[in-house]
Design a protein around this ligand. Structure first.
Ligand SMILES: *Cc1c(COP(=O)(O)O)cnc(C)c1O
Length: 493
């Protein structure tokens, strides 16, 4: 299988696409076609465990990797998760399920891919015969940073540097990153918001002089952001796995269509669902849930993507994003894989802050996607209602998704299609906000929040979060967004 750039020009192998992260012209790598999975193949995956299912999906795209290596990498990755099943499905109500993707080492769904990516990258270098050191640069709205640091820590021949918006992540997220262990890691806070971080990092990737300078020093850049296909591929697997679990537990018949509601920021998670659908998984609709930064929602209503708007800092910080990078992959598909048009739109977005798609393209997108959003109070209400009604506690990002799913049920009372709500973070990652939602109590301190949330819900507290309390930050540097390359040079000196 070969990979193309959404902006044209390049055609590379999967290994190369993963090692490089982003295409040289700034485009994102996409598979030249969607590999298909038949119902027969689905059937054969029914009684596989999660690592085996993930291996099957990965192999469909990454055919130059070997099955044995992939399987043992997936076993090792998902062996780091708490419990037997890395992606358990919880029944909330008749026909409504929560897919819990937060049982990994850093308690957010990013672990689903970032525990596997280091293997894909390392092995990809071997396949491509690359001998340079790899420097992974990450812009994070909070959760990717920690998951990438944890995934890549002490990885041989790889160094990793994470940039996060200084005022844009939760206290817990900041502590998780600033206390990171490992000899090959660095973390820098950036003055500005996530979009500033992401833009600055993308500029380093596409800057020829930057890349030349790094090459001189023996480094090749790669990305652990969801623009890297190596992030997307493992995420496709949990859509399949959730579906298969519904079949094996007799909730649906094989071949029956289901819906997913997905908390959406950079459009990576929900795009993986779209890829699963295009591969033949019986998915009817994908509901995108936003918070107050509802660019995606507005886009799905109007066909106009417009970032010229106020930016809100919300209690679901991992979705505080205006420029959703992975949407480019969807635009590429619905434009009939028109690379020139995709490049033109991305240039317009960068230059003028907006672009518009045609009514036909919008209609095509809306055949599969719809969107909703949750204001802060609506998110709290959704979390509270579920807690009171069925005793289930969810995090704030999942709370936004819950609100959007409830709106859908309200408007479509006769709809009997089963709904899976994708849960992206452990509630203890945002203890104060979750505590407030379920009890109305406000506490000033995160650890007090953890304690009280535990008292209110009796949910187990992940050790890696409670242990943060006794750790001293290693990384305290704050930089301007236009000076990130100097930070990079300092790191690899
Ligand atoms: C990253 C993240 C999201 C958004 O996912 P995208 O793939 O960027 O759309 C939602 N919730 C949580 C908890 C996250 O960490």
């Amino acid at each position: 299988m070969k990979f193309l750039s959404t902006r044209g020009g390049e055609k590379v192998t999967g290994a190369r696409a993963i090692v490089q992260g982003l295409s040289a012209n700034g485009g994102l790598f996409v598979p030249e076609k969607f590999p298909q999975i038949t119902l027969e193949e689905l059937k054969s995956m029914m009684f596989m465990d999660y690592p085996e299912r993930a291996t099957e999906i990965l192999l469909k795209y990454l055919d130059e990797y070997d099955r044995k290596g992939l399987l043992s990498a997936c076993r090792a990755a998902y062996g780091k998760f708490e419990g037997k099943d890395p992606a358990p499905l919880v029944r909330l109500d008749d026909g409504v399920y929560i897919l819990e993707l937060f049982h990994g080492p850093t308690c957010a769904f990013k672990d689903m891919a970032l525990t596997v990516l280091p293997y894909l990258l390392r092995k990809g270098c071997d396949i491509c015969g690359i001998t340079e050191n790899i420097l992974v640069l990450v812009a994070t709205s909070g959760d990717t940073g920690k998951a990438a640091l944890e995934g890549f820590k002490n990885a041989e021949g790889i160094r990793i540097m994470v940039f996060y918006p200084n005022e844009g992540v939760s206290k817990m997220q900041k502590m998780q990153m600033s206390t990171q262990e490992g000899d090959n890691v660095n973390v820098v806070a950036v003055r500005g918001n996530f979009d500033d971080c992401q833009r600055a990092v993308k500029e380093i990737f596409s800057g020829e002089e930057y890349n030349a300078l790094l090459k001189e020093r023996g480094y090749l850049l790669s990305s652990a952001n969801s623009i890297n296909f190596g992030r997307l591929a493992p995420q496709i697997a949990y859509y399949f796995s959730a579906y298969l679990d519904l079949v094996t537990s007799h909730q649906i018949a094989l071949g029956e269509e289901i819906d997913f509601t997905v908390p959406t920021g950079n459009f990576g998670n929900v795009l993986a669902g779209y890829y699963a659908k295009r591969m033949g998984l019986p998915i009817r609709r994908l509901h995108c849930a936003s918070n107050l930064n509802k660019v995606i929602y507005d886009f799905l209503q109007t066909g106009v993507y417009d970032v010229r708007r106020e930016f809100y800092k919300t209690t679901s910080p991992s979705m505080d994003i205006l420029v959703s990078s992975n949407l480019e992959r969807l635009l590429f598909e619905v434009s009939g894989r028109d690379t020139r048009l995709t490049a033109k739109r991305m240039a317009a977005l960068k230059k003028d802050g907006h672009y518009e798609i045609t009514p036909e393209e919008l209609a095509a997108i809306r055949e599969t996607f719809d969107g909703g959003f949750a204001g802060e109070a609506e998110c709290v209400e959704a979390m509270y209602d579920v807690f009171v009604d069925v005793g289930y506690t969810m995090d704030t990002h999942t709370g936004c998704a819950m609100k959007v799913a409830v709106d859908w049920f309200e408007k479509n009372k006769k709809d009997e299609t089963k709904m899976v709500i994708v849960s992206t973070a452990n509630p203890y990652k945002f203890p104060q906000d979750v505590l407030y939602a379920v009890t109305g109590n406000d506490v000033k301190d995160s650890f007090k929040g953890i304690k009280r949330l535990h008292a209110a819900t009796a949910m187990a507290v992940p050790k890696q979060l409670s242990a943060l309390r006794d750790k001293t930050p290693r990384f305290t540097r704050v930089a301007n967004a236009d000076a990130l390359f100097e930070e990079v040079l300092e790191f690899i000196k």
